[in-house]
Structures are given as structure tokens and as C-alpha cells.
Ligand binder design. Structure first.
Ligand code: PEP
Ligand code: MN
Length: 350
């Protein structure tokens, strides 16, 4: 829909607008109102270049898009009935939990093996463990590919599928060859379009692999987040789980600005499941359970929680924000109650 700056286009302006949309296979249909006329674009209005050229005209106020720019991830797209099943759970049907260490310590693999067993007993469906780590400080531990063997062994011992972050193209193949089920795109790489394309291509057509796409610290409108998911889908695989994990600027006292409250807004726009990461959102173990429960109350399909059998002996984020397995178990139990309440309320409304 083209909205002119004045009450209607002059005949010359209408000719110019018509010439542009015609180049892109569309037509213009004026909609005459009592005080102003607006102009519908009839045809596929998703071509970015056409929109940019129209927006560049001095006499155009704005373009309101009717069609979604998300051909695959939109709630009304052909993929709307697509379901993602992982770790024995179809997302949306029961609360899905990913838990485990922030960072695998290659020098102390037993911590990770014990953590893996403990998070399984606490109710997690998938084990997380950072092999490669995006660290703000270049002098801190950056991860170690040797940890991949530990992740795989922990998966073998527990039977849990595993999630790990990939930061560059070469790591995608290493992770897939090792049998990683969930490729995590971290907050720092959520806007790295070449990585998103490479992931989509590497897992094209595979229904046994999913992507956990974190929300970037600096993402603006929600459409930017959904567009990042659209990249992965457009290049080959729609198994993308959206993961709000807090944004910048921080809320004083928390690690980031908690953003679990965007869940209902995401659900209005996309069919993609939402799994909230409260650990990076608030950044301190004592705040994590409340944030996790709030996320489920807001409608999240699952949670991704950092947990460690002995947080003070962990590395990376674990000493400050990992839950001990008993607190994790309690949080999962309470989150399931909120899930059941939500379900009950939804059933009563329908
Ligand atoms: C992590 O999951 O440990 C991590 C680094 O997450 P994020 O990309 O959200 O900071
Ligand atoms: Mn972490």
C-alpha cells in the first residue's frame, strides 16, 4: 500500500509510480477515500528493490506492506503447520528443556559427564555444552575442539541429543560429522548472514538436525530476528527454534535486558517455536528460575538453561549463572506447572 505525502498523487506522480511497479510485474489500484487516496500494489509486493525505489520518491510518505516478507517463517505461510520434533518432544506439545554447561572444560571431562547425567535426571531433553566459545575478552578460554569428543561421549552415556554453538563455517561440518543434533547460532552471530546461509545449506533437507537461533544483543525490530531464521529456512532447512536471550542495553543489575516478554509477539508473526534462554538474559544463577518461569508464562515452548554439577568449578559462564541440578529440577517442575495452567486456560477459552 503506497501512502502519498499529499492527499493524492498528481497524474504525473501516478504515472511514475505505475511505471516502477509495472517493471516488477505489479499494478497500482487507487483506493479513493473521503479525504485522501491511497494506492494498493496489486501483485507480489515483496521485491525489496521495488519497495526501495517507491520509498525513494519524494512525494511518497511510506509503504505499508500487506504481504509478509517471510515466505517460509510467517505464521500464515505454507509451512505454518510444520512441527519440529527433537529429543523425543514435538515442540509445542510439551515443555522442551535444553540444559548443560556453558563451556565444556577439556581438562575436567568428568564434570561434564556428571552434569550430563544430572540434567537428564532433572528432566532435560537435550544436553548443551559449549565446544567453541565466543568470548568478549580475547584473553579468556576460547573453547577447544577437543571438547567435541567429550560432548559426543556425554551424549552416548546419557542418550541425550546435544546442542553446541558454531561460530564459523568450518565448525558446521565438524559438529555435524560428530553427530550434533542442534547447531546453536549465538547472539553475536545471529546477524552473520553468510553463516546463516551456510548452516541452511549444510543441513538442507535433514529433519534430524535443528538450529537454535539466539536473538542478537543488538537486534532491533522483531522482523530482524525472524528474517535471520528465514535465511536458514530459505537456504535449506526450516527447523529453526527462536531463542530470546536478553538484549542490550542491559537492565541495571542483570547481564542483559530480559526479553522473554517478546514471546507472544513472535508467536503472532511466526510459527517457529520459541525456546527462551534465561541464563544469559539475567546472568546470575539466583535470578534464573524466576526468568525461566516468566518465559513459560509468556508462552515459550521451552527453555535453554545453563547448569553444572559444581558451578564454582566450572569455566566460562558456569560459575556465575549455572544452576545446580537440584535447582534445575525444581525450576523444570515449576515451569511444567505453569505450562499446565497455560494449557488449561487455552482449553477453557476454546
Ligand atoms: C552460550 O549459550 O553460552 C552463549 C555464548 O550464548 P549467547 O550467544 O546467547 O551469548
Ligand atoms: Mn554461556
Amino acid at each position: 500500500m503506497i501512502i502519498p505525502k499529499s492527499t493524492r498523487f498528481t497524474p504525473e506522480q501516478l504515472n511514475e509510480v505505475t511505471a516502477i511497479v509495472t517493471e516488477f510485474g505489479c499494478k497500482v489500484q487507487p483506493i479513493v477515500g473521503a479525504v485522501r487516496t491511497i494506492y494498493a500494489i496489486v501483485g507480489d509486493e515483496r521485491d525489496e528493490l521495488m519497495i526501495n525505489r517507491l520509498e525513494g520518491l519524494a512525494y511518497v510518505d511510506r509503504i505499508d506492506r500487506i504481504q509478509s516478507q517471510f515466505k517460509l517463517m510467517d505464521r500464515r505461510s505454507d509451512l505454518a503447520s510444520h512441527r519440529i520434533a527433537v529429543g523425543g518432544v514435538t515442540l509445542g506439545e510439551e515443555l522442551f528443556v535444553i540444559a548443560g554447561a556453558c563451556t565444556i572444560d577439556p581438562k575436567n571431562p568428568n564434570y561434564f559427564y556428571e552434569t550430563a547425567q544430572a540434567v537428564k535426571e532433572a528432566g532435560a531433553h537435550m544436553l548443551r555444552g559449549g565446544v567453541w566459545k565466543p568470548r568478549t575478552n580475547p584473553y579468556t578460554f576460547q573453547g577447544d575442539v577437543k571438547s567435541m569428543d567429550i560432548l559426543v561421549e556425554a551424549s552416548r552415556r546419557t542418550g541425550l541429543p546435544v546442542d553446541t554453538e558454531v561460530m564459523e563455517e568450518a565448525q558446521i561440518k565438524v559438529a555435524l560429522d560428530a553427530g550434533v543434533t542442534c547447531l546453536q547460532v549465538g547472539a553475536r552471530n545471529a546477524l552473520n548472514y553468510s553463516l546463516l546461509c551456510a548452516i541452511g545449506k549444510a543441513i538442507a533437507g535433514r529433519d534430524d538436525v535443528v538450529v537454535l537461533l539466539k536473538r542478537s544483543l543488538h537486534m532491533g525490530p522483531l522482523s530482524e530476528f525472524i528474517s535471520a531464521a528465514e535465511y536458514i529456512a530459505a537456504f535449506g532447512n526450516p527447523n529453526v527454534i527462536l531463542c530470546p536471550r536478553g538484549t542490550a542495553p542491559t537492565l541495571d543489575g542483570y547481564r542483559n535486558h530480559p526479553d522473554e516478554s517478546i514471546t507472544p509477539l513472535l508467536k503472532e508473526k511466526t510459527w517457529a517455536p520459541v525456546v527462551v534462554d534465561p541464563s544469559h538474559s539475567v546472568g546470575k544463577a539466583s535470578y534464573v528460575p524466576a526468568c525461566a518461569l516468566a518465559a513459560v508464562a509468556y508462552g515459550a515452548d521451552g527453555l535453554c538453561i545453563e547448569s553444572h554439577v559444581n558451578p564454582s568449578h566450572g569455566i566460562g559462564d558456569d560459575p556465575k549463572q549455572s544452576l545446580t541440578p537440584d535447582v534445575l529440577a525444581e525450576t523444570i517442575a515449576q515451569a511444567k506447572q505453569i505450562w499446565a495452567l497455560r494449557r488449561g486456560a487455552a482449553a477453557a477459552r476454546s
